[in-house]
Design a protein around this ligand. Sequence first.
Ligand code: 3PZ
Ligand code: ZN
Length: 319
Amino acid sequence: MELLSGELEVEKHVKYILSVEKNKDSFESVTMEHLRMNGAYWGLTTLDLLDKLEIVDQDEVISWVMQCQHESGGFAGNIDHDPHILYTLSAVQVLALFNKLDVLDIDRLSDYICGLQNEDGSFSGDIWGEVDTRFSYIAICCLSLLHRLDKINTEKAVEYIVSCQNLDGGFGCTPGGESHAGQIFCCVGALAITGSLYHIDKDLLGWWLCERQLVQSGGMNGRPEKLPDVCYSWWVLSSLILIDRVHWIDKAKLARFILGCQDKENGGISDRPDDAVDVFHTYFGVAGLSLLEYPGLKAIDPAYALPVDVINKIFFGRK
Ligand code: 3PZ
Ligand code: ZN
């Protein structure tokens, strides 16, 4: 790729992420209070991809993460909030970044996740019962990282995900739900982790996904007729890589789009050029560039959304 490594403002992005964390009274921090566990995962994974994770106090982070765990085994978005599978995956991912999965009571945590599987193989997000293929991905990703996939009915879990496949090759949140790139990532990621990608028509899905790249900007949208958005770089690219069709898009043009969404002055990445930056789009921008093999970034695993060295330690006990 004809890209210069100096174009990604590494130092400024590190500074920006640290500033969001420090400035707890800012508008951004207050609106994110209830999903701080997700924010911690986005920020810390970004730092790790930039090879700057050592600047954070890992004992402080781990102690806070563990204070967010409930008796049920699930994690909340912050201390004194309710547990949800959405925050539970982020908690597991944060501990994985620090190679600290051993602090977990794996049986209690995996019992919590298994308890959210329904008769038809689908998953609810918490005890209130909303069903969504996002929760299938989260359950499967979590249990796989904990080496406990055998504790759920994976056959039925896969069958449910396959039932959410549409005639356009994409996937929705429930059977018949409209195809959406975020949902496609969840379904393709879950099928990849369980070794079930043979259920997918890769050419059909690959076609739908590469049509998400907009000719003018080079950015990706999440479904037809929508504006491009940096976070869709991740949902679309990771899915294309998992089905081996990433060569169908213009990678250099997408990298240009992401780099053009940086705040070159104060750091951070936004959804589109000149919008306000946030930690979410900073993470997905950097993760997208990592998938595009941008120079100087650690490689990220497209199914687990964690650095490849972290995944290798978990599954092969090596760096
Ligand atoms: C954003 N959430 O519902 S949210 C999220 N969106 O918690 C976090 N691209 O207003 C941040 N849109 C910013 N920091 C946005 C996470 C959403 C996704 C909204 C968004 C992103 C376009 C409109 C859902 C994983 C987890 C959660 C989501 C997706 C994937 C918001 C709006 C929504 C949310 C939070 C803040 C600033 C940040
Ligand atoms: Zn977005």
